[in-house]
Design a binder for this molecule. Sequence first.
Ligand code: ZDP
Length: 280
Amino acid sequence: MAMEFTKYHGLGNDFILIDNRSSSEPIVTPEQAVKLCDRHFGIGADGVIFALPGENGTDYTMRIFNSDGSEPEMCGNGIRCFAAFVAELEGSSQKSLYRIHTLAGVITPQMMPDGQVKVDMGIPRLFAGEIPTSLALVDEKVINQPLEVAGQTWLVTCVSMGNPHCITFVDDVAAIPLEAIGPQFEHHSVFPQRTNTEFIEVVRPDYVKMRVWERGAGITLACGTGACASLVAGVLTGRCDRKATVELPGGPLLIEWSEVDQRLYMTGPAQKVFTGTAII
Ligand code: ZDP
């Protein structure tokens, strides 16, 4: 079967976008998504994202498969690409603000006049039971908790942006052997749903460098939910301002944890790369 797709990236975190508005189920299976994401035998991407009809009064539903075929609840860079994608599908009738149903609740991206996308990412969840992790009791927070990985003790802070994140602060983010230790965090027994892992170097309270090992996708050039979770961890541990630039290998994201409504706002780019027809 031939299937139209559009390729987008947000700071090098790249996705295959599919117009799935005529069906409430993804038209691609997780197995097909794995093949489409393959960088040698497929299109190449960190994930496949579907624009489905809205549920519960929202404009659209977003679903995503990671490059390993697993389904995360949310995707921050992906939802910026999603907003740019549906705005183009709608053409002249496009709106500037969209309400998107996701497995992590309703997320609201807004198209800014300068072409950037600002996303209301919702309220971070901090209880161990919500991450989920067995590092603390279900109604306790995990802040600066020791965790043994690869023969070393890491102080970790856990934050859910709908999807699980484990954040650890380091002196030199470039020196972290991500490929070797990332999988050991991802599959650690204290994370029953696996986890995304962020390594953060605080340069200034309003400027941090981040590298990420993503659950189900490995090393990626950027992670929007991870940047939000990392700012929250930085604030909770007294390292960061509530508004900071998170510098990723693919470029910067501006993240703000609002004191007013306790929600996270992420601003960054979404870039269309090409369209094509895949054989699945
Ligand atoms: O939680 C997960 O399994 C992630 N791999 C989902 C993707 C997150 C992402 N990098 C983001 O920008 O939030 C796309």
